[in-house]
Write a protein that binds this ligand. Structure first.
Ligand code: NDP
Length: 485
């Protein structure tokens, strides 16, 4: 690996200041050219302990503030981050690989999520039940859980962080976050900016390092009371088992293999655009990407041709170059994983219509690029049907009707998102009812709203982020009875 000028970081952000981690240095690599440009020492168990102790120390003062006051403080801090978007956008592109446009979309959404919960802090109302018995009334008290460990992957480092941070902080918890080892930099700067913007010391801390060391130390620390995790299903299952000790609270946002059903009465142009955007956005590295398409036989050729055309036309390149529509994959290992899934699938059957390897452009040879790929009618038990494909490769199957499409859609261990394209309200409702997933878009795709609860069924996870429902996963409730006396 070639090295350019390296910046060395302290590694963690604890109690409002940089904290020098005591573990081995990890390189941060630009996925567009494979060059390391920063070095970040890993947090060891003692560094993680320092962060959790800081969060525990800040808990009582933070949780005793009025909820609307917490909202005000977080709101001011979020606006301070917003004023530094121009600095954060290129940093996110450099460490993650996504286009500058997508970095802007991601960071803007992250701040929107913080502000959404700031708004909810003014509107939170409790439950009161009068006359339980003569002269006796009851109400439900919500209390923060305590120190929250937030573990985040590399595909959307800031939005996935803020989905946890916003409801956790408004509900009165304090947080220690661990970003992916390959994308620590934007998160560290984000934390620094929140602190400069007035978030009290210790309320939000960041540790960096490998999941197997720093992540596990956070999960198993006796003072973390809740783990909010986004990542792969195998790691989520492991964390769930570890968090059983201490009966820790959990939210797990895990893998997905979202089906898209295109019926014979769909708006074909709109559906093809959605399939292309939904699969190739962020280089296919999104939990809610469209990962399987089932199209009715009678319109299949038209739909497939339209998707293939769009895939061929996508401008693949460095994320920091104007006009790029799809950047590199995040790591070489991730690219090898997807390449393996595509080649094992094609070995079993199916027709490769475009892509299937790195793009030809010699200027992209050093980065982790993979061309937009479309495979038609592979076997239903091949890897692209049964596994999560976390990259720009889309399998498409012809189906005879809605029943067959739904049966295939549900024959997956995952149940995160899904979509159906039809003008027939009856079909749309039927699909929304029968597909086993936490989200169904009708004639729409992959956009998550802060207003609606989000979370997977089956192996896609447990618990909800977004919506007022997120507060249920960051609070303990207590029923209080006021006697007549
Ligand atoms: P991983 O599960 O490998 O990693 C996610 C995070 O967990 C990283 O910070 C990682 O650290 C950390 N980690 C890894 N092992 C452990 C451990 N033993 N204990 C504690 N923490 C650990 O996921 P990927 O990086 O592969 O991310 C992609 C996955 O995330 C996909 O499956 C995708 O579908 C899913 N995802 C789900 C979303 C949802 O909302 N449902 C949204 C986005 C992605 P390290 O950096 O060292 O690996």
């Amino acid at each position: 690996m070639t090295t350019e000028t390296m910046t060395t970081y302290a590694g963690s952000f604890i109690a409002g200041e940089e904290h020098h981690n005591t573990g081995d240095p990890l390189e941060v690599v630009n996925p567009a050219d494979g060059k390391a440009f920063a070095e970040v020492p890993s947090a060891t168990e003692s560094d993680v302990d320092a962060a959790v102790q800081a969060a525990a120390g800040a808990l009582s003062a933070w949780s005793e503030l009025a909820v609307s006051k917490r909202g005000e403080v977080l709101g001011r801090a979020a606006h301070h981050v917003e004023e530094h978007l121009d600095e954060l956008i290129p940093l996110l592109t450099r460490e993650q690989g996504k286009t500058l446009r997508d970095s802007k979309i991601e960071l803007t959404k992250a701040i929107d999520t913080l502000l959404h919960y700031v708004g909810l802090s003014k509107a939170l109302r409790g439950v009161h039940t009068p006359n339980l018995d003569p002269g006796v009334e009851g109400y439900v008290l919500r209390r923060p859980i305590g120190v929250v460990g937030a573990i985040v992957p590399w595909n959307f480092p800031t939005t996935l962080l803020c989905n946890k941070l916003a409801p956790a902080l408004v509900a009165g918890n304090t947080v220690v976050a661990k970003p992916a080892a390959t994308t620590p930099l934007t998160t560290l700067r984000f934390a620094e900016l929140l602190s400069e913007g007035g978030l009290p010391n210790g309320v939000f801390n960041v540790i960096t390092g490998r999941g197997s060391e720093a992540g596990e130390a956070l999960v198993t620390h006796p003072l973390t009371r809740k783990i909010a995790f986004t990542g792969s299903t195998p790691v989520g299952e492991r964390i769930m088992a570890q968090a059983a000790r201490g009966t820790k609270r959990m939210t797990l946002e895990l893998g997905g293999s979202d089906p898209m059903i295109i019926c014979d009465d769909a708006d074909i142009a709109a559906a093809a655009s959605a399939a292309s955007m939904g699969r190739f956005y962020n280089c296919g590295q999104a939990c809610l990407a469209i990962k399987r398409v089932y199209v009715f036989e009678s319109v299949a050729d038209e739909v497939i041709d339209a998707i293939v055309e769009k895939a061929k036309r996508l401008k693949v390149g460095r994320g920091d170059v104007k006009g790029t529509q799809m950047g590199p994959m995040h790591t070489d290992a991730q690219r090898a994983e997807v390449a393996g899934q595509v080649s094992r699938t094609l070995h079993a059957g199916g027709e490769l219509r475009t892509g299937g390897g790195p793009p030809d452009d010699p200027d992209l040879a050093d980065g982790f690029f993979y061309a937009p790929t479309v495979v038609v009618d592979p076997p239903h038990d091949s890897p692209m049907a049964t596994e999560e494909v976390f990259g720009p490769a889309l399998p498409i199957w012809r189906v005879s009707d809605l029943d067959e499409a739904i049966a295939h859609a549900n024959a997956s261990p995952f149940g995160l998102g899904s979509s159906v394209w039809t003008k027939d309200l009856r079909r749309a409702r039927e699909a929304a009812t029968r597909i086993e997933a936490g989200y169904t878009w009708i004639n729409s795709r992959t956009k998550v709203y802060d207003e609606l609860p989000f979370g997977g069924w089956k192996s896609s996870g447990y618990g909800k982020e977004h919506g007022e429902e997120a507060f249920d996963f960051y609070t303990e409730t207590k029923s209080v009875v006021l006697g007549a006396g």
